[in-house]
Design a protein around this ligand. Structure first.
Ligand code: XMP
Length: 305
């Protein structure tokens, strides 16, 4: 474990030394790593830090507003890029193809915005396990902390490179970041796009976003899972309001894990499960069926794609 106060002091000094008088950009996702990095750099260099938040249109319910509110006192640069992502994803059904399109688009947008700010330095929230994960090779991992950029920066600053996730969370506490950031569940870079099988459409994103919000509401506080979410599997036959419905099938996933390399499903109380089924099918018109995923990792990965 790190000495949090010491780490914060040293990291701030290092960022100041490396940044000098330059402007520094960071791709802020709202996850704990990029948030801690941005908070450290804001203390170190103030307005010379320009956090760029790309709203891919694939974020969770309320996420963009939450991030805007949380980082309101920073020089936050919000890019509303949903249209660009949906356009680029049109017709793509293969999971790896979807991931590549999103990763590529993200990088191009980030570079475009970074150039506009006149920044010459890049701050990244890469942590120790990012290096290990990107060497694993099961899925192409899109992480804003590990992007291969075309753009040339005169320097790259990675203040968290030697920390493990739980250490980053401690530093978040030391910096006074709110609990919702400190204990934020992992959320994949490609966002809700990997929580639906097949093509990404606005309708599917809307449905999975609502279902996911219900799952989080029902599980996060009470059960503190390592991760929980909803995914969209496809369509099946149902009956709603006396009429046949070719409705969406939602899967609920709630797991315990150490670091995401393996996972065990949560054995949730029956009432909790039926409560979620009832809310999802009644609150989201197009959903006709809900299933609970009991598969550990391996053989299933945590995300569906
Ligand atoms: P899988 O699905 O491979 O996920 O079992 C393991 C953990 O990694 C998260 N995940 C990602 N995180 N970029 C990320 O930053 C990604 O592309 C990505 N894909 C999966 C996943 O949510 C789980 O916590």
């Amino acid at each position: 474990m790190v000495n949090v106060e010491e780490f914060i002091g040293e990291a701030i000094q290092r960022i100041r030394d490396v940044a000098g008088e330059e402007r520094v950009v960071i791709a802020l996702s709202g996850g704990v790593d990029s948030s801690v990095c941005a908070a450290l750099a804001a203390r170190a260099i103030g307005d010379a830090l320009i956090p760029i938040y790309v709203d891919t249109g694939l974020m969770r319910k309320g996420e963009t507003g939450q991030i805007q509110a949380l980082f309101a006192d920073m020089n936050l640069h919000v890019v509303d890029a949903g249209d660009e992502f949906f356009e680029a994803l049109r017709g793509a059904t293969d999971p790896e193809e979807k991931r590549k399109i999103i990763g590529e688009k993200f990088i191009r947008i980030f570079e475009r915005e970074a150039k506009r700010t006149g920044a010459t330095m890049l701050l990244q929230g890469t942590i120790r396990s990012d290096r290990i994960e990107s060497e694993g090779g099961i899925k192409s991992h899109h992480n804003v902390g590990g992007m291969p950029l075309d753009m040339e920066f005169s320097g790259v600053i990675e203040p968290l490179a030697d920390l493990y996730k739980d250490e980053v969370r401690e530093v978040a506490g030391g910096l006074g970041l709110p609990a919702e950031i400190q204990h934020r569940m992992p959320f994949p870079g490609p966002g809700l796009a990997v929580r639906m099988l097949g093509e990404v459409t606005r309708e599917k994103v809307m449905i999975v976003r609502e279902a996911n919000a219900i799952v989080e509401e029902c599980l996060v506080e009470e059960f503190e899972p390592w991760q929980c979410f909803a995914a969209l599997l496809g369509r099946g036959t149902g009956v709603k309001d006396g009429a046949r419905l070719h409705g969406w099938i939602v899967a609920i996933r709630a797991i315990e894990s150490q670091g995401g390399m393996t996972a065990e499903p949560l054995l949730l109380p029956y009432d909790t499960l039926t409560g979620m089924v009832s809310r999802i099918t009644s609150e989201i018109p197009g959903v006709a069926r809900v299933v609970y995923d009991l598969t550990p990792k391996p053989p299933a990965t945590i995300e569906y794609e």
